[in-house]
Design a protein around this ligand. Structure first.
Ligand code: SAH
Length: 222
């Protein structure tokens, strides 16, 4: 099959593939195929599909991330890394101290494009990314045990909190804005059954906290 220009560029410039190389190709819906690079040249770049890969089905599903988005490029970075680490759903939330305002579908679309590129590079499953909405709405019907990053003495160390999770359960993680959660939000989270977790002695940026949570989870499965 011929590749579209963007895909061909990725294959040749980023992955540095040559004719005869075996590569894995991911469709926008996350299906993966083993393919051989057939031709690279002015007539286009062609792949020969050899087999469908079952690896996607073996991914057991990943955590959900609720996050108060940091500013533009830092949120793109967060989305890219979260996808690499196997996030299944990103629920961007508006909080009292948020610096980024809800931008509806066009804003979510930008984050989805970043996610799509990360899917291609990492072989991850495409995550669901919802438009940004108020925290209270994102908490409705969450259905996963919720671990909220909050840097106070009463929070439990993350590893200890995750250790208490029932086998097979998938967590939801929540990261607040740079200004931290408000008292009202903390009460709301507590009412939703949140367990507050601690990520060490330093104050992390929003994106670092998100990556730390997802990496801690992913490395338990590795
Ligand atoms: N001054 C703010 C810091 C916010 S940092 C405060 O005291 O809350 C932004 C978000 O990152 C926080 O809301 C929290 O979710 C997460 N975070 C950053 N560092 C953390 C740490 N050491 N432990 C737990 N959560 C942390």
């Amino acid at each position: 099959m011929p590749l579209a220009e963007g895909e061909a560029n990725h294959l040749i410039r980023v992955l540095r593939a040559h004719p005869g190389d075996v590569v894995s190709a991911t469709t926008p819906t996350g299906e993966r195929f083993r393919a051989v690079v057939d031709a690279v040249g002015p007539e286009g770049t062609w792949l020969r599909i050899e087999a469908r890969l079952a690896s996607e089905e073996s991914f057991a599903g990943g955590p959900t991330l609720l996050v108060a988005p940091p500013r533009a490029d830092r949120m793109s970075w967060l989305v890219e890394k979260a996808v690499e680490l196997g996030v299944e759903r990103i629920l961007p939330v508006a909080t009292g101290r948020s610096v980024v305002r809800p931008g509806g579908d066009p804003q979510a679309e930008r984050w989805r494009r970043v996610a799509a590129a990360a899917v291609k590079q990492s072989g991850a499953k495409p995550p669901e990314i919802l438009p940004m909405r108020p925290l209270v709405e994102a908490l409705r019907g969450l259905g996963s045990p919720l671990f909220v990053a909050h840097p106070v003495a009463g929070s439990r160390p993350l590893a200890e909190a995750l250790g208490a999770l029932a086998p097979g359960a998938l967590p939801a993680f929540a990261v607040g804005p740079e200004g931290g959660w408000s008292e009202e939000e903390l009460a709301l989270l507590e009412g939703a059954g949140a367990r507050f977790v601690w990520l060490g002695r330093r104050t992390l940026r929003v994106e670092t906290a998100a990556i730390a949570l997802l990496a801690a989870w992913e490395l338990r499965q590795a």
